[in-house]
Design a protein. Structure first.
Length: 410
């Protein structure tokens, strides 16, 4: 089991070299089964082997069986939910997490994963209840904090969300780089909505970028936050260079469509020639019918990638058209609702830059329903309504932004 878990940890590296790194540990785990093992051990080893061979459907089938027999196995539950998340299967995430009950009723982490499953299914009240229960069992459960941040962001409880995430910030010190940086990333999103530019930059410099610069999740978190900062007018200075230089070292990394699209944005945004190589790798994945996620690459990731490159080149029409093709099925590439919102913001930026005020108004008002007092959103609405010849609505939007900023100084 120790060797199987070591192989899993290498696979969580989310890099092309991961299967090679995992192989010797997997081989030792398989060799050890000859000496006599428990019934669960070969199952865990088989799940790991399926992952190394990119047979994710097989992996999930094995995890499902393990959870039926061992519902307190949080490692396997996390493994399964991670892959269901990457496939965009929100209902599967929830179904798998609920398998832990009632046997794992006393484990906070189980309720945190249940909470995230509920949140991704848009069952927000149930998600918050589950996350609050997890915190009642273990106050510093970072995955429960994460689920609550998702709920509050989706419900437009921005000021409350910022206060909540600040209130548990001291619990993040011992977390791995992803969990620490990602929960700070969520807090930074609240700061962005509140118009707190200095706080966003501080969060980025102190907690989002710099913990593990070579790691996939830290790279996409930094990429995503920098892009969002720029879209709302935050001065990011020279911060892009270090992120893109580290992303460039990944080469043609197509381990995950969700991650790859963000790598591509960082490279294209900074004019790295490696963007061309990565685009060619995406095109190759889109025609590789031997992979389980072939359709997601062909029908979703490829047009999204074309749109991202077009945006970097200032070809707004191509960016809008290609991203629009991908949007209805973006969940198939993985990532959460909050994370995939990056691609919608790229699309929105193209609409605004292309002078499509009417189309931008439609997008912004839909976003306004879940971020009603957001400073950048209302400022953009003010600009769009002014360009549309609707000065009263423009002034109302600007007034909302001003109220949010004023409330922070009371």
């Amino acid at each position: 089991m120790a060797n199987a878990y070591a192989a899993m940890l290498w696979m969580f590296l989310e890099a092309p070299v991961a299967p090679q790194k995992a192989a010797p540990y997997l081989a030792r785990a398989q060799q050890a089964t000859k000496a006599g093992v428990t019934p669960r051990e070969p199952q865990v080893i088989a799940a790991t082997q399926a992952w190394v061979h990119n047979d994710i459907p097989k992996l999930l089938e094995i995890c499902d069986q393990i959870m039926m027999d061992h519902p307190r196995d949080m490692a396997v539950l996390k493994l399964a939910q991670y892959h269901l998340f990457n496939l965009g299967d929100a209902a599967g995430m929830l179904r798998m997490a609920l398998k832990a009950l009632p046997e794992a009723e006393d484990i906070a982490y189980a309720h945190g994963m249940i909470a995230f499953g509920y949140e991704q299914c848009h069952l927000l009240d149930r998600a918050e209840t589950a996350a609050r229960h997890a915190m009642s069992l273990q106050h510093d459960d970072a995955w429960a904090h994460h689920a609550i941040a998702h709920v509050m962001l989706t419900q437009g409880r921005v000021a409350e969300g910022a206060k909540f995430m600040e209130s548990v910030a001291e619990t993040r010190g011992g977390l791995n780089s992803f969990m620490r940086s990602h929960n700070w990333w969520h807090l930074a999103l609240f700061y962005l909505s509140l118009g707190q530019h200095d706080d966003v930059r501080t969060a980025y410099d102190t907690h989002v970028w710099g913990l593990a610069k070579e790691y996939s999740q830290d790279q996409v978190g930094a990429t995503s936050l920098l892009a969002r900062m720029e879209f709302v007018g935050v001065d990011v200075g020279a911060r892009w260079g270090d992120v893109a230089d580290h992303v460039a070292l990944r080469g043609a990394d197509t381990v995950s469509p969700f991650l790859t699209l963000q790598y591509l944005y960082a490279l294209a945004r900074t004019g790295h020639s490696e963007a061309n190589d990565l685009m060619q790798a995406i095109e190759a994945r889109a025609v590789d019918e031997n992979q389980h996620d072939h359709v997601a690459w062909r029908d979703v990731a490829l047009p999204a990638a074309i749109g991202i490159i077009a945006h970097a080149h200032g070809n707004w029409d191509a960016a809008i058209n290609n991203l629009s093709r991908a949007f209805p099925r973006m969940a198939e590439c993985g990532g959460s609702h909050a994370q995939r919102d990056l691609f919608e913001q790229i699309h929105l930026d193209a609409l605004v830059r292309d002078g499509r005020a009417s189309s931008a108004q439609q997008v912004l008002e839909m976003r306004h329903t879940y971020d009603p007092e957001g400073v950048p959103l209302n400022l953009m609405l003010g600009e769009v309504y002014a360009k549309s010849g609707l000065p009263t609505l423009a002034e109302e939007a600007r007034a909302r932004a001003a109220r949010t900023l004023a409330a922070q100084h009371r």
